[in-house]
Design a binder for this molecule. Structure first.
Ligand code: PLP
Length: 472
């Protein structure tokens, strides 16, 4: 029997790798087997298409290509130009943006590109120029202080971490927290929703240079039209980090006030979460910021990864097809079904539900910490991650929440009926787990964990992952 193209491609690749270092080939094969067997509910993960994966494994990886299309610091970049231009064109068309920069290696890198572009555009500062020629890690706390003071105490207003914001939105453990004085807006304690009047009030008081919207763990839509009005009212640059929900923007689930692209001055994203592309990032903006954004490499980025840009072009082309809009609709329908199934069984959800791809369970309702719940679910074959809830009494390490998302399982083809079964499995594990003597310890009957594991495997068996890929 002749093999299909995908199976032939991956088998041949593994054979070539195995001849050099068989343990790497084995690990790659084992990763596919593990992914096939796990009920993946990590909201930030997905399964890229075979075409996207294959576009990364080739000689583009050998090419240096600093600069931009047609303006490189290296010779012989004509083919890199082709794929970078294609990826940028697909990104512009898909999101309706005037300019797209597809070199960032990840979401964090895309945010750094945006921050420097905004600063460079807004601030003419000798201290900034000095910072640009020195190694960032050479700057002392005093340097940063002086720099910020000279810059006029550059300020960033972003969503607080425990309300679902991201570390790169001005928090101390990230460079953004050193580059900017940060203040955050949270959510209304009664509803769990963003209170736009409070954001406006904070903006009036704090007068940020940058207002950031976007999140890693907020289960609702954000009204970007209102956020832009707030930014305009204080002369701030409005930046949206749509890393999590880019697939919902691409698939036209988020339109009008909920589509960030027409409202923000600059938009950043990852390409590997709901957008279902290779690991990477990109930046979208209007003509005013385009020149500064294009300086991302070498300002804050290492040399571009042409093989990943090739994969971005493939994935973005896929996202422009009508079936991607259907996929995006199903992600949200599945998240709804999962949330409803959990609420019906008595789970406590942050905001009571969802209107995007993710659900945040407040596991204090089960008497557990996020750490205990995450491990108990993992023992039962359900892969999630712990996450802080607003005003979390257990802090960012142990947490009181479990974040779950539907992009990956939706790619596998699971639908709303399977989401109800998934809700049942999650509720069964969490309601049967009891806290142990520390915030990390818990007690779960191994027989129950095995039973849930088996049930999860049966559920997944009906929806094979990469059905066309047979590694033999
Ligand atoms: N921005 C947001 C909102 C995210 O959720 C994440 C990742 O979780 C990132 C940025 C960083 O992405 P990456 O891990 O690709 O750097």
């Amino acid at each position: 029997m002749s093999l299909n193209a995908e199976s032939t491609a991956f088998r041949s690749a593994l054979e070539v790798i195995r001849a050099v270092e068989p343990r790497v080939a084995d690990a790659i094969g084992a990763e596919l087997a593990d992914q096939r067997e796990s009920l993946k509910l990590i909201a930030s993960e997905n399964y890229a298409s075979p075409a996207t994966l294959l576009a990364m494994g080739n000689w583009f990886s050998d090419k240096y290509a600093e600069g931009t299309v047609g303006r490189r610091f290296y010779a012989g970049c004509q083919n890199v130009d082709t794929v970078e231009a294609l990826a940028a064109e697909h990104a512009r068309e898909l999101f309706g943006a005037a300019h797209a920069y597809v070199q960032p290696h990840s979401g964090i890198d895309a945010n750094l590109v945006a921050f420097w572009a905004i600063l460079a555009d807004r601030v003419e500062s000798p201290a900034l120029k000095k910072a640009q020629v020195r190694q960032v890690n050479e700057l002392t706390e005093a340097d940063w202080f002086a720099l910020r003071r000279e810059l006029g105490n550059q300020r960033m207003l972003g969503m607080s971490l425990d309300a679902g914001g991201h570390l790169t939105h001005g928090f101390r453990p990230n460079i953004s927290g050193k580059m900017f004085d940060q203040r955050s807006y949270g959510t209304d304690p009664a509803t769990g929703l963003i209170d736009y009047d409070r954001v406006a009030e904070a903006a009036r008081e704090f007068k940020p240079l940058i207002l950031v919207a976007g999140y890693s763990a907020y289960p609702r839509k954000v009204n970007f039209r209102i956020m832009r009005e707030i930014a305009d009212s204080v002369g701030a640059t409005f930046m949206v980090d749509m890393a999590h929900f880019a697939g919902l923007v691409a698939g036209k689930v988020f339109t009008g006030d909920f589509d960030p692209v027409p409202h923000a001055h600059i938009v950043t994203t990852t390409t590997h979460k709901s957008l279902r592309g290779p690991r990477g990032g990109l930046v979208l903006c209007g003509p005013e910021l385009a020149d500064q954004v294009d300086r991302g490499c070498p300002m804050v980025l290492g040399g571009p990864l042409p093989h990943v840009m090739a994969a971005k072009a493939v994935a973005l082309a896929e996202a422009r097809r009508p079936d991607f809009a259907d996929y995006a609709q199903r992600i949200v329908a599945n998240a709804h079904a999962l949330a409803e199934g959990l609420v019906r069984r008595g789970a406590k959800l942050v905001t009571g539900g969802t209107d995007n791809h993710l659900v945040l369970i407040d596991v204090s309702g089960y008497g557990l910490t996020g750490r205990q719940a995450e491990q108990a679910l993992l023992d039962s074959g359900i892969v999630t991650n712990r996450n802080a809830v607003p005003q979390d009494p257990n802090g960012a390490w142990y947490t009181s929440g479990i974040r779950i998302g539907t992009p990956a399982l939706t790619t596998r083809g699971l639908g709303t009926a399977e989401m109800d079964v998934t809700a049942e499995l999650i509720h069964t594990v969490l309601s049967q787990t009891t806290p142990g003597e520390s915030k990390a310890k818990y007690v779960l009957d191994p027989a129950l964990a095995n039973k849930v594991n088996k049930h999860a495997s049966e559920l997944l068996a009906g929806f094979p992952l990469y059905p066309a890929v047979d590694l033999g």
